[in-house]
Design a binder for this molecule. Sequence first.
Ligand code: ZN
Length: 80
Amino acid sequence: MKQQKPTHPPKTNDPVKYHCHDSCNACGGVNEINVTASCGGHMEEAKTKCKTCGHEDYWAHGFFEGSEEVESKCRTYSFT
Ligand SMILES: [Zn+2]
């Protein structure tokens, strides 16, 4: 079988996964959101608190800062 190779292969097969700010990073529950920075109606940074487990985190430009310490359980999205 002949496989066609792309002329310009992507650098990585994994698209960047951004974190959903309304999804708890610790348990995947629903977050309360307290927007701290926005630009033109577009949220840039926010404090989050989970309604289910109480986990507090800080979301900025697509990512939870708490992800450096815990394994992310939040929903993610990517542009593909
Ligand atoms: Zn939670």
